[in-house]
Design a protein around this ligand. Structure first.
Ligand code: 4NP
Length: 153
């Protein structure tokens, strides 16, 4: 899960997906990162911690890191919160295989719409509720998709 700072959106996405994966006991590794180096080592934004906590998910122990080219080797799927970060991830792609791994998270809930999870950093509390709800709905679809792929393999 990738956003800009790895303190607002992608930690929520990591926590939500991790929780759904663990509930179903699926053999899937989940992580998150930011395309920028702005907040490396920091814990998630207080408002993200609160919105996850209200939904029974603890992300307070997460620490921000920057997306690196080695993430293309470590992960099968690289899900961006928005188009700007997707473009910056693609700038690091080395080949077609890397490119194929990169998608917008909201493609799972809103296929073909090219919808972004809006950046809530400079807004109020309400933006973080919107972020949680968009991410949660997309992750429901994503987990179904992963489950079907694992069953087929
Ligand atoms: P995120 O939100 O990409 O969802 O973690 C942001 C966090 C920090 C900044 C922008 C967006 N910033 O400009 O520092």
């Amino acid at each position: 899960m990738v956003c800009l700072g790895n303190i607002c959106r992608s930690p929520v996405a990591e926590g939500v997906l991790r929780s759904k994966i663990e509930k179903l006991n699926l053999p899937v590794e989940v992580d998150s990162a930011g395309t920028s180096n702005y907040h490396i080592g920091e814990c998630p934004d207080r408002r993200s911690i609160l919105s996850a906590h209200r939904n029974g998910i603890d992300i307070s122990g997460f620490r921000a890191r920057q997306f690196t080219v080695t993430d293309f080797d470590a992960f099968d799927l690289i899900l961006s919160m928005d188009m700007r970060n997707l473009e910056n991830i693609l700038k690091l792609a080395r080949n077609e295989n890397d490119i194929r791994k990169v998608q917008l998270l909201l493609e799972y809930s809103h296929p073909g719409k090219k919808l972004n999870v809006p950046d809530p950093y400079f807004g109020g509390e309400e933006g973080f509720n919107t972020v949680f709800s968009l991410i949660n709905n997309a992750c429901d679809k994503l987990v179904e998709n992963i489950k079907n792929q694992l069953q087929a393999s």
